[in-house]
Design a protein around this ligand. Structure first.
Ligand code: PEP
Ligand code: CO
Length: 460
């Protein structure tokens, strides 16, 4: 039995509103906002407390080194991308990567999508200025489809509460499709051919990646059949395919509206997603986001950038998890390939001394972003891999362990990150650059990354 959670003195779903400074944007019509929130609160939840508790248990096992977390998806989902093709392609690449990781680590993999709700984006500035018809025009920044729309026009950039209802609906549609696919056998590990992407046999897939993957699937299939023939029971655990959802819990109005108590369970659940996370810009120990998320029973992720103060991170963990509940806190470091050796050891030791149990995860994407000379945002495959590698090594050297990875990726054949076996170069970036936000690994870079990660895991 997990320990009973500590009561949360002085907390209710709206106490974050007294803290202030939660958002970089404002809704201009409080009545309009209130009307939408009443509707959102009346709608059914997107996920259930049973699923959340199951994920927390699995994350606790990952903390103990018995599972590995794979979290990935778009930087920002867009309402218009709620299409069957985009959803199945995302599931397929996550499934394929997870298979590679199961094979390499010999551990069950927890699959968590950045999907069915990843619609909000923090920005470096609350406003954006552009020259329009020779005049400087300043509008609110685009904060993701949960808040406003990307077009640089006053109407589009106005934070509109209705966007929350639209995003809730798209999340529900996505989840409905994902659940049906998974239940219907699409994700059956006996049939990895179901998840081949249409361009899997495409000439552009580097033969070395395809061959390695195909050989691995064959070996895995043999192993699976062999263990089943022996009547091996643990096989159920390895082959049961489940997807959990996650998103940055940026817009606290949205999270609050779907936060409730449920029959026969203690405490409050944020039912917009299984695992919300707090972004690197919003993780102040006394800030509104930590105030909100300290009150919910979901596992909560915290992003940690290079500027983070280890003492503050320990304080965040204490506030989020005063009872040291296993599986509750997931610390996602995104320090930059070159800073890991310098910064991670102090974080690890401070958290170990003062903050209890956490699951350490590496996001090798966000601190390895660069702009090309022509101003295109990109990330290099090698820098991403280097951050993973040094993070694995540093944990091992500190007597800790890395229990998961967090990627921005897509199942589409885009050209946003450079490198990998297919050799995407800076000159190729403009050919199929689709992200409105950060550059994602494309399908084959993601699969190749999983293979390289598998090799690292085999080593440590
Ligand atoms: C993100 O995950 O898309 C993001 C904005 O990350 P971070 O908070 O780590 O910058
Ligand atoms: Co991003």
């Amino acid at each position: 039995m997990p320990p009973t959670p500590e009561p949360n003195p002085g907390w209710s779903p709206d106490t974050w509103q007294q803290v202030g400074g939660a958002h970089q944007f404002e809704y201009d019509d409080p009545q309009d906002l209130a009307r939408v929130l009443v509707q959102l609160a009346a709608f059914p939840p997107l996920v259930t407390s049973w699923e959340i508790e199951r994920l927390k248990k699995e994350l606790a096992q990952a903390q103990a080194g018995e599972r590995f977390l794979l979290q990935g998806g778009d930087c920002a989902e867009m309402l218009r991308d709620c299409t069957p093709g985009a959803i199945t392609n995302k599931l397929k690449i996550l499934l394929q990567m997870s298979l590679v990781l199961v094979h390499a680590s010999k551990k069950p993999v927890i699959r968590v999508g950045r999907f069915a709700g990843q619609y909000a984006k923090p920005r470096s500035s609350p406003t954006e200025t552009r020259v329009v018809d020779g005049q400087g025009v300043t509008l609110p920044s685009y904060f993701g489809d949960l808040v406003n729309a990307p077009e640089f026009e006053p109407q589009a950039r106005r934070p509109d509460p209705m966007q929350m209802l639209r995003a809730y609906t798209r999340s529900a549609l996505s989840l409905n499709f994902i659940r049906s696919l998974v239940e219907g056998g699409f994700a059956d590990l006996h049939h990895p051919e179901y998840w081949d992407l249409s361009f899997f046999s495409h000439a552009s897939l580097a033969p070395v990646v395809r061959d390695r993957y195909e050989r691995m699937v064959e070996r895995l299939g043999d192993g699976l059949r062999f263990m089943e023939a022996l009547g091996e029971r643990t096989i159920d655990d390895l082959t049961r395919v489940e997807f959990f959802t996650s998103h940055e819990g940026l817009n606290l109005y949205y999270e609050q509206a779907q936060t409730r108590t449920v029959p026969r369970r203690e405490g409050w659940y944020d039912l917009t997603t299984h695992m919300p996370w707090i972004g690197d810009r919003a993780r102040q120990p006394d800030g509104a986001h930590v105030e909100f998320f300290r009150g919910v029973r979901n596992p909560v992720g915290v992003k940690i950038g290079a500027e983070a103060d280890p003492a503050q991170i320990a304080r965040v963990c204490q506030r989020l998890n005063p009872g040291d509940e296993p599986g509750k806190v997931v610390l996602i470091t995104r320090l930059g390939a070159e800073r890991v050796r310098d910064l991670l050891p102090r974080l690890i030791s401070r958290v170990a001394d003062a903050a209890g149990r956490v699951l350490w995860v590496c996001d090798p994407m966000h601190a390895n972003t660069q702009s090309t000379t022509s101003g295109i945002k990109t990330r290099s495959f090698d820098a991403i891999l280097a951050e993973l590698e040094t993070t694995f090594e540093t944990h091992a050297a500190c007597g800790s362990h890395l229990g998961g990875v967090h990627f921005e990726l897509t199942g589409e054949d885009v050209t946003e990150c450079v490198g990998g076996a297919a050799g995407v170069t800076e000159a190729d970036l403009s050919t199929r650059y689709a992200s409105f936000c950060d550059p994602r690994l494309n399908y084959q870079q993601a699969l190749e990354m999983a293979m390289r990660l598998g090799t690292l895991m085999g080593r440590t």
